[in-house]
Design a protein around this ligand. Structure first.
Ligand SMILES: Cc1ncc(COP(=O)(O)O)c(C=O)c1O
Length: 352
């Protein structure tokens, strides 16, 4: 358990989230591993997803400081921003979202969700430095001068506190599995707090299990460097008694042309999951992670006798945003290239 006494997590959504056996996908891959899906997408807040657990920790911290306004950032279709707006509103705080790009006019998907909450939405255009942090801090100072108490949540909520908040999914999963321990936990890896939380969860639970993250944001080497930094910062801040183990792998093979750009492997995986198990995957995150899992089955990384838990980390808001994220039609060989969002931040700092 975290030792630095963070505030008690807020009540947010439903836990435990369901754990489903992916019968249809298992039929599709006879001789493959046992496949389970941890339905974080069904957590009961907004369109769901991994961000809810991070926010239970982050918003509790904000509340302990009597924050009146939550500032965060992401792309126009950011799942994180939409769920932050909902969670903040539920707990009596105003949200101000700084979204890269321009106002599309028609607010679909996650923008529609954010709009429903009454959150303030500011479109920042393309950020020349690719670094939203300083602009957010400057805005926080402005709000403070006006008598507000701002609380800044960096990209994806992937601070040490956010990652520590996600680690609690591992004991929850183990309680659901009983004696049948998993061999692999598989997730999409963006700003990396989810994957870091899973790894820390295995370390704190003493679980001998591999954590595989499929990067959807940074190229493999850069993602690995950032993950190691976040892991160590989080371990020191929240789990100092826990020993690090190299039981994880960050894989950049499913990123394709870049963040938010669908791949044909991802689209194939999304169609298979929808058809076989009625599970909806989004093209930016979960479909690419599922493509990694499917490739791993073919390559023998995940085999008969293994028990693989795929983390369905959400993304419904992005999926329903329309053709710009829906990917190519079934007959197209390659994805069309929608306009990519502003470059991810270059910052290495994870402090809150
Ligand atoms: C649907 C979905 N899955 C996975 C992730 C990745 O989580 P993280 O940013 O913690 O790596 C995100 C992040 O925005 C997401 O929205």
């Amino acid at each position: 358990m975290p030792t630095s006494q963070p505030p008690s997590p807020l009540a947010l959504g439903i836990s435990p989230t369901p754990l489903h056996r992916a019968e249809g996908l298992m039929r599709e891959f006879p001789g493959g591993p046992e496949l389970l899906i941890k339905r974080e997408d069904l957590c009961g807040v907004a369109a769901g997803g991994c961000k809810a657990r991070k926010l239970t920790a982050l918003l509790a911290d904000a509340q302990s400081m009597s924050a009146t306004v939550i500032l965060t950032t992401g792309s126009a279709q950011s799942n994180h921003c939409a769920i932050t707006a909902v969670a903040a509103a539920m707990h009596g705080m105003r949200a101000e979202l700084h979204l890269s790009g321009r106002d599309p006019g028609l607010w679909t998907g996650n923008l529609c969700i954010a709009g429903l909450t009454g959150a303030t939405v500011r479109f920042t255009g393309e950020q020349p430095s690719g670094e939203p942090g300083p602009a957010l801090q400057a805005r926080a100072a402005q709000l403070q001068a006006a008598g507000e108490v701002p609380y800044v949540i960096p990209l994806g909520g992937s601070t040490p506190l956010g990652a520590a908040g996600y680690a609690c999914v591992v004991p929850e999963l183990l309680a659901q599995l009983g004696p049948h321990l998993p061999t692999h936990l598989v997730t999409a890896a963006g700003s990396l707090g989810t994957m870091a939380g899973l790894i820390l969860g295995t370390w704190t639970a003493g679980l001998d299990c591999q954590v595989h993250g499929y990067s959807v944001l940074w190229p493999e080497q850069e993602a690995r460097r950032r993950l190691e930094l976040l892991l160590e910062t989080t371990r020191r801040a929240h789990f100092p008694a826990v020993t690090a183990r190299p039981n994880y792998r960050l894989d950049g093979s499913q990123l394709g042309p870049g963040y938010g750009i669908p791949t044909s492997a991802g689209q194939h995986a999304a169609r298979l999951a929808a058809r076989c198990d009625g599970v909806l995957l989004d093209p930016t995150y979960t479909a690419k992670a599922m493509a990694g899992l499917i490739h791993g089955i073919a390559a023998g990384t995940y085999r008969r006798g293994d028990q693989v838990v795929f983390f369905h980390t959400g993304g419904l808001g992005g999926l329903l945003a329309g053709p710009s994220t829906a990917g190519p039609p079934p007959t197209a060989g390659h994805a069309q290239r929608p306009t990519p969002p502003a470059a991810p931040p270059g910052s290495d700092s994870y402090e809150q």
